[in-house]
Design a binder for this molecule. Structure first.
Ligand code: 5GP
Length: 202
């Protein structure tokens, strides 16, 4: 299955997901492509694949994205399709940290095989304080992220789950519980095969 994690920039999605990955070795994380430059400490191929706008366009034209979207007005982000297909073929669940537009595309492509989770801040003020406190961003970048955050909130209704990140440990446990519950969905097991076996025994 795919677990899609969305929510405004600065809400701590990345931290919650990395803690979940430590607890769930069977879960992989999709590494997105982006046309933005790396922040200090970010590693190419680990945090993102940092690509030029031209390269991004080529990948779009070649159908290499599962989904892609323009986020923060002028930046492009996309999920490479090949690693997701490889993970699913190997029976590995995969987490996607993408925006609401990407979440909508994944829902259309994967239906119930995808669970959509929105990570929310404890309050709007807390989010503003967190984004403004990020010393790595220019005032312009912060303003664009706040505008994107409002857009994310307007689309909260399309998500199935919401996790409020007021306390990291609790947020991680809640996200893990969603993953575990989704793995227990009837659709995720081959119950028809089970029934065939039962009836052949009768
Ligand atoms: P940043 O890392 O620049 O602060 O913010 C990235 C934003 O873009 C996040 O809110 C994240 O949800 C979204 N994002 C990251 N990767 C992807 C992707 O592959 N597809 C889409 N649709 N959104 C993405």
């Amino acid at each position: 299955m795919l677990i899609v994690v969305s929510g405004p920039s600065g809400v701590g999605k990345g931290t919650v997901i990395s803690r979940l990955l430590e607890r769930q070795p069977e879960l992989a994380k999709s590494v997105s492509c982006t046309t933005r430059g790396p922040r200090p400490g970010e590693q190419d191929g680990v945090d993102y694949h940092f690509v030029s706008v031209d390269r991004f366009r080529q990948m779009v034209a070649a159908g290499e994205f599962l989904e892609y979207a323009r986020v923060h007005q002028d930046l492009w982000y996309g999920t490479p399709i090949a690693p997701v297909e490889a993970a699913l073929a190997a029976g590995t669940d995969i987490a996607l940290e993408i925006d609401y537009q990407g979440a909508r595309s994944v829902r259309q492509a994967f239906g119930n095989r995808a669970a959509l989770v929105f990570i929310a801040p404890p309050s709007w003020d807390a989010l503003v304080a967190r984004l403004q406190g990020r010393s790595t961003e220019s005032a312009d970048a912060t303003a664009k992220r706040l505008a994107s955050a409002k857009r994310e909130f307007r689309h909260i209704g399309m998500f199935e789950y919401v996790v409020v990140n007021d306390e990291l440990e609790r947020a991680v446990i809640e996200l893990e519980s969603i993953l575990i519950a989704e793995r227990c969905r009837l659709e995720s097991i081959d119950w028809q095969e089970l029934q065939r076996q039962l009836s052949s025994e009768a």
